[in-house]
Design a protein around this ligand. Structure first.
Ligand code: ADP
Ligand code: MG
Length: 391
């Protein structure tokens, strides 16, 4: 899969219809979807307010409120995405009324298949992309591409890769935010030499409903390059894990009006990281070129496949120490049956020097040989289409 994940919110009080829609989206070839379902008017309004969707599928009859009212509400409160109306009994009047309310598409339940659903969604998004918004930005740019890095195990260079990719994006003129999503003692802050005086800790103290773009912004530290950094709490944290809801709210807030959100995830899976992985556009498993690490990567990939994650999954191979015989790239690719997006050579001295000086390397020593591979990785991950290193 090479296309970015399309985030879909279905607003429909009928669970059977939810299952049908979800199944149809899963059938679509060549495009993956992040799918969320809300059955009530109340939850719909909340979810719409939070934002973070590319398209809304709206049942026209939703409990006591007519779906069209939600549509009008949605349109009155700053257009957040195109709405495709679903109805159980298509009539011409309804069709006309839906269009007049600003719907971008219309589908009669039970009459469409995966291909028509996909096409309607795609057209709705395409049309919507070119509508001007209050801020003058194109609506299509509202959501960032999320690049998530997870180590096959700890200590393989994941934070280094994430920090350098984010820094390379910013150096290339792109807007990016980087998040260290672990509940305690991540090393991103020290790798980027930012003081974690505000951190994820402050967000985790809020009720989930309060986590929005503003709240996140207040917790971000600014690296001298302009990169926004969400540090992890630099203290033992009482609650052991970040919840899925909390992670979803953070990701949505981070994605607003940014081009890229880069995430440094711990190698142990938590409910929060599972949420991040399921909705990521790209998941880079960071692997050292030695057998035991490849074994760990295999377990991670099995897990991601079992979850049916929608985004592109790829490998980032790292050598931290010069090896006499690192596993060949082709062997790892074949063994893991997964594409490779970057191969980062060992350069212990320069990485250590970068850490002492408060890196990241791509900014400190842009001319260094070791930087080329990091910049190339960032370019691959920011290209219009995510394409792996050719075999
Ligand atoms: N390509 C590399 N060559 C040499 N040292 C590296 C390389 N990548 C990372 N390191 C070093 O390895 C150590 C662990 O890296 P880190 O990114 O913190 O790993 P993780 O996040 O997986 O725990 C750090 O000291 C870092 O400077
Ligand atoms: Mg790390």
């Amino acid at each position: 899969m090479t296309k970015d994940v399309i985030r879909v919110l279905l607003i429909d009080d009928d669970e059977d219809d939810c299952v049908v829609t979800r199944d149809l989206l899963e059938e679509v070839e060549g495009q993956s979807f992040y799918f969320k379902w809300v059955p009530t008017h109340h939850e719909a309004v909340e979810e719409i307010r939070r934002g973070g969707y590319h398209v809304f599928l709206l049942d026209v009859r939703l409990g006591s409120w007519s779906g069209l009212d939600i549509l009008r509400y949605e349109l009155d409160h700053g257009r957040k995405g195109p709405v495709v109306v679903l109805t159980g009994h298509g009539t011409r009047e309804l069709d006309v009324e839906a269009m007049q309310s600003g719907a971008a598409g219309y589908l009669v339940k039970g009459t469409f298949g995966a291909a028509e659903l996909e096409r309607t969604i795609r057209y709705a998004i395409e049309r919507h992309r070119y509508l001007p918004t209050e801020t003058g930005r194109e609506e299509g740019s509202e959501l960032a591409r999320t690049l998530v890095f997870m180590g096959a195990k700890g200590g393989v260079g994941t934070t280094t890769v994430a920090a350098n990719v984010a820094a390379a994006l910013v150096r290339g003129g792109r807007e990016a935010t980087i998040l260290d999503l672990r509940s305690q003692f991540g090393t991103l802050a020290s790798q980027l030499d930012v003081a974690p005086s505000t951190s994820l800790y402050d967000l985790l103290e809020l009720e989930v409903e309060k986590i929005d773009e503003n709240a996140l912004d207040n917790c971000l530290r600014r690296h001298s390059s302009g990169l926004g950094v969400l540090c992890s709490p630099q203290r033992a944290f009482n609650e052991e894990q970040i919840s899925a809801d909390c992670a979803a709210a953070i990701m949505k807030s981070a994605g607003k009006n940014k081009e890229f959100v880069v995430v440094d995830l711990p190698s142990e899976v938590t409910p929060g990281s599972r949420e991040v992985l399921t909705s990521a556009d790209f998941i880079g498993i960071v692997v050292e070129r030695e057998p035991s690490c490849v074994l760990h990567a295999e377990k991670n990939l099995d897990m991601l496949r079992a979850w049916n994650v929608g985004g592109t999954v790829g490998l980032v191979l790292v050598d931290r120490t010069p090896r006499s015989a690192p596993l060949p790239v082709s062997t790892i690719r074949a063994r893991l049956n997964c594409d490779v997006y970057g191969t980062i050579p060992a350069a212990p001295d320069v990485y250590q020097e970068a850490q002492t000086q408060g890196g990241p390397l791509v900014l400190l020593a842009p001319q260094h040989d070791a930087v080329g591979a990091l910049v190339e990785l960032a370019e691959r991950l920011s290209a219009e289409k995510l394409l792996p290193v050719p075999v």
